[in-house]
Design a protein around this ligand. Structure first.
Ligand SMILES: Nc1nc2c(c(=O)[nH]1)N[C@H]1C(S)=C(S)[C@@H](COP(=O)(O)OP(=O)(O)OC[C@H]3O[C@@H](n4cnc5c(N)ncnc54)[C@H](O)[C@@H]3O)O[C@H]1N2
Ligand code: MOO
Length: 410
């Protein structure tokens, strides 16, 4: 809740300084070894190597006959993928019926696919041993040699690569059960405000929580995960209890939070208790107000145990702007993710602020970034229409602007 402020005015830092300071306040989390499925979306903390060669032995690439020497070939046996390998060296003039992926016998020089063989059985796999097959083969045809796709020990992905669904499949194929990754930072979310309700139509004087619902997706997109969300009534005691009782918060989330986010209570009214509680706890306030619109009353503090706290304003669009200014750079730094920078011309009328950076919702187009409007601090409408926020510096005179990407849907 915001009420009139009668205290001293604190100088807000510039928007670029706030973002740099936030990134600088975090250090990459210690790498940890996790089962494959849990590594999805994380970044590799070490290069991914092939623990085995692919294929692991010489195998057939086709269903047919592994043959030695010139034809015709007398069929001497059959090997299926996963079956018992053929026990002896194939002599010239001999063939072994093989399935795709089955190891070819030592001595085999090529594989004759069923459809190119004559004299063999019309029903694959039902070849009468001792019968003759005819055909034309090129040396080495349809045999995948050991290590031909990926030699053992090869680095297939570098440290820092994102573990995508495909990378998980690759890692499994190369024999990995676990991966050493930068873990996803755990974020605890505290939503304050007596007027804030979680479901249904808000009664007069109430508002629906519009910040709690966008944070999990935003946090995930920036490399972290929301490990728990706690609703707090207004007042310093509940906030103090939640932050002072951080171990209790960890226990409630069943994990250790790396970052805590407080929604609302960030402004300067006597009823906005975050600063007082932080002072009381002995926290080190690193950012206290940023010269940006919207999102002015955002806050970054280091708690006495070293963990970081981000204070987001209660107005939802202001909260989004603040989350992209302070929270996203912290999460990227914790996961060792380099920041991507994009610039664009602005295709539409935008008025710069004399002192503050403006974050303007835009849609990228061939003509440049087009402002979509509907950008009042209390409304997420414009940001929902947009795919990026344009960073319009104070006094901007029409030059290219930086774009901050907005989290896309999945
Ligand atoms: N005297 C001053 N007053 C205000 C200043 C200032 O510098 N001096 N800054 C204004 C700005 S800018 C913002 S933004 C807000 C931030 O206020 P708080 O962070 O303290 O948040 P509240 O006062 O609790 O709420 C503001 C507004 O947002 C609504 N709200 C709160 N939480 C949620 C939520 N989870 N989902 C949706 N809407 C929420 C709340 O009902 C209020 O309408 O302070 C200005 N005042
Ligand atoms: O953070 Mo406030 O938007 O700047 O309304």
């Amino acid at each position: 809740m915001t009420v009139l402020w009668h205290g001293p005015v604190v100088e807000a830092i510039s928007w670029p300084s706030a973002r740099t300071l936030a990134a600088g306040a975090a250090c990459p989390l210690k790498p940890s070894s996790v089962p494959l499925a849990q590594a999805l979306g994380c970044r590799l903390a070490e290069p991914l190597r092939a623990l085995v060669a692919v294929p692991g032995v010489d195998v057939s690439a086709m269903d047919g006959y592994a043959v030695a020497g010139a034809g015709p070939w007398r069929v001497a046996g059959r090997v299926l993928a996963g079956g018992v390998p053929y026990g002896r060296v194939l002599d010239p003039g001999e063939a072994v019926e093989v399935a795709t992926g089955a190891p070819v016998p030592v001595g085999a020089e090529a594989v004759l696919a069923y459809e190119h063989a004559e004299g063999g059985s019309q029903v694959p796999g039902s070849q009468v041993p001792g019968s003759l097959v005819h055909g034309v083969v090129e040396p080495g045809k349809h045999i995948r040699r050991r290590g031909e796709d990926i030699p053992e020990g090869t680095v297939v992905l570098g440290a820092g690569a994102v573990v995508t669904p495909v990378a998980l499949g690759l890692a499994a194929g190369l024999g990995h059960d676990t991966l050493l990754v930068r873990p996803r930072p755990n974020v605890a979310v505290l939503v304050t405000g007596d007027e804030v309700v979680d479901d249904g139509l808000p009664a007069p004087g109430r508002v629906r929580d519009a910040i709690g619902p966008f944070l999990p997706g935003l946090v995930e997109w920036a490399g972290g995960r929301v490990a728990g969300r706690v609703r707090l009534p207004d007042g310093s005691a509940p906030l103090r209890a939640a932050l002072d009782g951080w171990p209790a918060l960890d226990a409630a989330m069943d994990t250790v939070a790396d970052v805590v986010v407080v929604c609302g209570a960030s402004s300067r009214g006597p009823a906005d208790h975050l600063r007082a509680v932080l002072a009381d706890l002995g926290a080190d306030v690193l950012v206290d107000g940023v010269a940006v619109r919207p999102g002015h009353p955002q806050l970054l503090a280091r708690l006495p145990d070293g963990r970081l706290l981000v204070g987001l304003p209660g107005n939802p669009y202001a909260a989004l702007a603040a989350a992209l200014t302070l929270l996203a750079p912290i999460l990227r730094e914790l996961t060792g993710t380099p920041a991507a920078r994009e610039t664009s011309a602005l295709a539409g009328a935008v008025r710069a602020h004399p002192h503050d950076t403006r974050l303007v919702p835009v849609r990228r187009s061939g003509r440049g970034a087009v402002p979509v409007g509907h950008d009042r601090p209390g409304s997420l409408w414009g940001a929902a229409l947009a795919d990026a926020l344009a960073v319009v510096p104070p006094g901007w005179a029409g030059e290219q602007v930086e774009l901050i990407e907005l989290p896309a849907g999945v």
